[in-house]
Write a protein that binds this ligand. Structure first.
Ligand code: HEC
Length: 317
């Protein structure tokens, strides 16, 4: 009778734990998707870019193609010679056009008139780059560089700071080339500041690993801890009964046990495991354990690490 009640209760806790595990699995999947797959897809989607081989030596490393092999060692790109990027030339314009087609036309339209397929969803709408009216953020070189780098808060215009600075300059010159009007004189101080930025700051590119490798590593990490062994059903000892009561998911609980820091402090351990219920593989029964039960549990799961005379009050938070 009471066994039956217990087992249905356990079933409920297990169901809860399973749902929680599924939910956190989904969350991790989404996170991975956002962090790894989406940038990879974005890189993939881009059309081939003009070969950077004939760039001036000082600038050539600044033209690193973001669509290159997915596994790459991180590196520090040296600063770019401002002379190669501050004023428009044919190479910059060709590069800018290719980048514009990949990153901008969905909103700004093929010729920059603000009539891309996505405009229906945009409020405010993007400007028409072919004429001088209604620009709100300025069309000097330094203005456009700032807009492309930082975006326009609260609008569809996102920051494109993932595009290398020299490539952002290529975009700036291409955007300006779309309008035949006079774009006015540059502010010498702003140009000097931008030149200084190029001259003094390199770009750090972090290590990248392919998605398949990242997934493989995660699976390995997850799989490296074997599930906890639950006692046999006919084991009616108190210790066995306790384990059956508190372990909801032996595989997940095993990882919790393996990751437990501060193993010699029963109070800290009790707080940590209880706070993680039920996502950490333990059932809500943890919250009702007596001191002796905690001691028995820790001794069973952590072995000799547990102190002989534990106190539930003395631990550090
Ligand atoms: C998702 C849609 C979208 C994409 C993609 C997009 N933009 Fe924009 N862009 C906008 C919107 C909307 C505005 C208007 C923002 C505002 O009103 O502040 C804007 C504004 C701008 C402006 C400022 C115009 C002004 O009024 O001063 C520039 C320059 C610009 N975009 C360049 C680019 C470039 C270059 C790219 C590609 C790297 C790009 N945009 C990609 C939506 C987009």
């Amino acid at each position: 009778m009471s066994g039956e009640r217990k087992s249905s209760w356990r079933g409920e806790a297990e169901g809860l734990a399973n749902r929680y595990a599924v939910a956190s699995g989904v969350a991790v999947t989404f996170l991975l998707f956002g962090l790894i797959v989406v940038p990879a897809l974005l890189r993939e989607r881009r059309a081939p870019l003009p070969a950077p081989s004939d760039q001036p030596a000082a600038a050539s490393v600044g033209w690193l193609d973001q669509a290159e092999a997915p596994a790459s060692q991180g590196k520090d790109l040296p600063p770019v010679d401002p002379a190669t990027v501050l004023t428009a030339n044919a190479k910059l314009l060709a590069r800018g056009e290719a980048l514009f087609k990949q990153n901008c036309t969905s909103c700004h339209g093929d010729s920059g008139r603000g009539d891309g397929p996505a405009v229906a969803t945009l409020n405010p709408k993007p400007r028409n780059f072919t004429q001088p009216d209604k620009w709100t953020r300025g069309f000097r070189v330094t203005d456009i560089f700032t807009t492309v780098t930082t975006g326009s808060k609260g609008t569809g215009m996102a920051p494109f700071d993932f595009i290398l600075p020299a490539d952002r300059m290529a975009l700036v010159h291409y955007v300006r080339s779309l309008g035949a009007f006079d774009h006015g004189a540059e502010d010498p101080a702003a140009i000097a500041a931008l030149a200084n930025q190029f001259r003094s700051q390199g770009v750090h590119i972090p290590n990248r690993i392919p998605v398949s490798l990242a997934i493989k590593k995660m699976v390995q990490e997850q799989a490296s801890v074997p599930p906890l062994k639950l006692p046999a059903d006919d084991d009616k000892s108190e210790a066995a009964e306790l384990l059956r009561r508190v372990i909801a998911d032996p595989a997940v609980a095993a990882r919790t046990v393996a990751a437990t820091a501060n193993r010699g402090n029963l109070a800290a351990l009790a707080r940590a495991w209880t706070a993680g219920v039920p996502g950490n593989g333990f059932s809500t029964a943890l919250t009702g354990l007596h001191l002796e039960e905690w001691h028995a549990l820790a001794a069973t799961l952590l072995g000799a690490d547990v102190p002989e005379v534990p106190s539930l009050d003395g631990g550090a938070p």
